[in-house]
Design a protein around this ligand. Structure first.
Ligand SMILES: [Cu+2]
Length: 188
């Protein structure tokens, strides 16, 4: 995932700060809509991305639809606050999951979700869903192209998978033990 901006955004909201617009992807110095759409849709196979909805994090800290699509997926462009390229496409349940993260709310109940990050991703932490920077002395966790699977029962499924990202090309658990945990599945 690519939660740095989201975590920063939520923190900003919580503190009542006005710094959110600096992070927003529709801030004045941001890329054009076409750039953002191209970035977002690069996260999934072309067949999935071509009719996907494209959403961005707006200046108000909420998700804003940039392009409506008839497909099952919604894509977000690269998060400029993380070091790597990390656009993401999520199915409907995945988007609900993301919204629950945005608000630090409860993930949707009874819904399995699937996401694509075929350009890879950068994470400040694989343990803390709200980390905005790597822990002291640690680096950003860079993962190559991957898909993500989460939802109810995932805790049972995750038994036996690594809780370390060291094996970057094998599946591993993200945010294990939190309500947001899911399986990272590198595909390269
Ligand atoms: Cu990811």
């Amino acid at each position: 995932m690519r939660l740095a901006a989201i975590a920063l955004m939520v923190a900003g909201v919580a503190a009542g700060q006005g710094g959110i617009s600096a992070l927003a992807q529709d801030a004045p110095k941001a890329k054009t809509d076409a750039d953002l759409i191209a970035s977002a849709t690069s996260a999934a196979p072309a067949a999935v991305a071509k009719d996907a909805t494209v959403v961005i994090v707006g200046a108000d800290g909420k998700l804003r639809t940039l392009r409506s699509g008839q497909g099952a997926f919604a894509c977000l462009p690269d998060d400029p606050n993380t070091p790597g390229h990390d656009p993401i496409c999520l199915d409907r349940n995945g988007l609900e999951w993301l919204k629950s993260l945005l608000t630090r709310g409860k993930p949707p109940e009874g819904k399995v979700w699937l996401g694509y990050m075929l350009k890879g991703g950068s994470d400040a932490s694989i343990d803390d869903p709200f980390a905005t920077e790597p822990p002291e002395g640690k680096k950003w966790v860079q993962t190559g192209p991957h898909v993500m699977i989460g939802g109810p029962g995932i805790t049972k499924m995750l038994e036996g998978y690594s809780k370390s990202a060291d094996e970057a090309h094998k599946p591993y658990i993200m945010f294990g033990g939190t309500p947001y945990e899911y399986l990272m599945v590198p595909v390269e």
